[in-house]
Design a protein around this ligand. Sequence first.
Ligand code: PEP
Length: 281
Amino acid sequence: LGRHRDDRRQTGFTYNGVHFDQDNLNVFAGLCAVDTPEHVDIMMRALAEHNQPCTRMGAYKPRTNPYSFQGHGRGCLPYVFETAGKHGIRVIAMEITHESHIEEIDECLEKLGRPTGVMLQVGTRNTQNFELLKAIGRQKEYPVLLKRGFGITLNESLNAAEYLASEGNANVIFCLRGMKTEAGQPHRNMVDFAHVPTVKRLTRMPVCIDPSHSVGSRERAPDGIPEVMHATAQGVVAGANMVLVDFHPKPEKALVDGPQALLMDELPAYLEDVAQCHELW
Ligand code: PEP
């Protein structure tokens, strides 16, 4: 995926009717974790009302604490995929933490007649899980969203992308999601969106930003705008090709990362601001 390897290869790809490349922009607003069928429906319905064909939604959650909610797993896949089909959602970014999850997703989609598509997400905790990367790279059905490792060099994370490509899957989007720093920072992670153009210079991959996991709260700046939106603006103006962002109908009820989820009534303004920032870029 590095530019130096073969500059003639294409940067972009189309999956389930949605195009991804280094020149366009797709927003994946959605739930951090699937919790109830009702919340899935509210989220997807709102996206459909705003002509959004993509969402994010986790069934398999990698949690720091083993006693925290670990995701509904395969049990929620049927209603997530059926609801997506009902609302015309074409691509769901969904993290997997084990290679067996690829088969679970594939079997369920097949059984339902493929009402939607899935982009397999590799989370920051698994950026250097080389056997998982190889397994995901071996399949070519699903594109991959690879998160930057939060405590390794950029080059090491880019090498993780090469693991996917070297096994045969070059439909990879690279996601900046902030870096871990010492405790006490105002944000959950140090926002690293200045690296958007750098990754685009160094590689052919479309670049995603995850302002929710970077900032980690829906605090508002003195101008009344959520800091998640400020971080989004920085990344989009810098040339981001994809935005992964958490929303929730009832953040206080969310089973994962409620404090960083934006509210549903903020969705229209958020999408409008992203579109305006995209024009500036
Ligand atoms: C997520 O996107 O749900 C997630 C857990 O992100 P990260 O791997 O960046 O922590």
